[in-house]
Design a protein around this ligand. Structure first.
Ligand SMILES: Nc1ncnc2c1ncn2[C@@H]1O[C@H](COP(=O)(O)OP(=O)(O)OP(=O)(O)O)[C@@H](O)[C@H]1O
Ligand SMILES: [Mg+2]
Length: 358
């Protein structure tokens, strides 16, 4: 049985339709990320799941039990959900342990203390149980907030941008810790983020949202390698875009021919190519490798750490040059103005009808 189910949920704030016909089910122990740009309705979905917002349309079920259906509405405290919101505010007058114990009022004093100590230990804050929030760093406060949400052992965790406002290194560490804590807790987790890398790092499945709707749900690899539309494809990072027209189930681009099955002849399409799908080879007199389809001039090359980003220019028709990005593993820094053979990995190349959402 699913731990949390949303069935055709819609929600409007006055004239603003914040959530439109959202259906989503989380299995027990599953971690699902809601991913989408600012204002697309992510927090609203979380608030509706928690019972902090009155449901207008659809149903919400927890462990198969209807908790809201537009007529009845269970209050948040009856739903056994752990919450951690964007601002994760701790009570300033309570110690770390006091904050965690706050959600455990139904237990006896000794049980409460033991459970709070255990939860703080899990997030690596066991040594600072007596510290007050103002003496803790942002990352430490965030971990206490996570412990506070986890301590009552909820079946369901709802996390809204739980790692925002942390510097990159701390964020990486805390989300690594959080992933292990959440997975071992067995709670089903619905986590909001607008960062696609964070979603891929954390999620068993990702639901991509836009304008109140879920566009695609699936394991990160499905969304990355088989995006449902141009918006989903483009949301997972920088992508090269080429316009072309279909002829005989294929499109001719400046980078060679690409298959465009399912499109009628004459239709204008957009060809999306991930930067890592562009491979570069030296121009030699021998036969080029498979997929090599032309040459490009290097405009600039920069080492970004694990990969290098090469800016390329391809001579276009009408004198309009095409600017492309190629992402190459490791250190690969060809000279400016060097001419390179450009080769395409078709598994990372997508064709969508032009004019579709960007
Ligand atoms: N209490 C409210 N009253 C009126 N409009 C609201 C209210 N809360 C949210 N909205 C509107 O509903 C839409 C969805 O908001 P929501 O907070 O769910 O977005 P979000 O995806 O969480 O965005 P962000 O990434 O910026 O946090 C937005 O257009 C927002 O302006
Ligand atoms: Mg939000």
């Amino acid at each position: 049985m699913d731990a949390l189910t949303l069935e055709q949920v819609s929600h409007a704030y006055g004239a603003v339709e914040a959530v439109r016909d959202v259906s989503l089910a989380l299995a027990p122990g599953e971690l699902v990320c809601l991913l989408g740009p600012s204002g697309c309705g992510k927090t609203t979905v979380l608030r509706l799941s928690a019972g902090l917002e009155e449901l207008q349309k659809g149903r919400v079920l927890i462990d198969g039990r209807v908790v809201a259906d537009g007529r009845r509405q269970e209050p948040p405290e009856a739903r056994n959900v752990g919450l951690m919101f964007q601002d994760y505010a701790l009570f300033p007058h309570l110690s770390a342990a006091g904050n965690v114990e706050f959600g455990l009022r139904r237990l006896t004093g000794a049980e409460r203390r033991a459970r709070a100590a255990e939860a703080l230990e899990k997030v690596g804050m066991g040594g600072q149980a007596e510290a007050f929030p103002h003496t803790l760093s942002g990352g430490q406060q965030q971990r206490v907030a996570l412990a506070r949400a986890l301590a009552p052992e909820p079946h369901i965790m709802l996390l809204d941008e739980p790692f925002s406002g942390l510097d990159v290194r701390l964020r990486n560490q805390i989300r690594d810790d959080a992933l292990h804590v959440l997975k071992s807790s067995g709670a089903a987790t619905l986590m909001v983020t607008h960062d696609p890398e964070e979603a891929m790092f954390m999620a068993d499945r990702i639901a991509v949202m836009r304008d109140g709707r879920i566009l695609q749900v699936g394991p990160p690899a499905d969304l990355y390698y088989a995006p449902a539309d141009a918006f989903v494809a483009g949301f997972f990072g920088d992508i090269n875009r080429l316009q072309a027209r279909v002829a005989g189930g294929r499109v001719a681009t400046l980078l060679g021919e690409v298959e465009a099955r399912g499109f009628d002849d004459g239709i204008e399409v957009e060809v999306l190519i991930r930067p890592e799908a562009l491979k570069l080879e030296p121009v030699t007199s021998g036969a080029p490798s498979e997929g090599c389809c032309g040459t490009a001039r290097v405009m600039a090359a920069r080492l970004l750490g694990r990969t290098s980003l090469v800016h390329l220019s391809v001579d276009g028709v009408d004198g309009e040059d095409l600017h492309l990005h190629a992402r190459v593993p490791g250190r690969f820094l060809p000279e400016e103005n060097e001419i390179m053979m450009i080769c395409l990995d078709y598994s990372q190349t997508f064709v969508f009808a032009a004019g579709e959402a960007k």
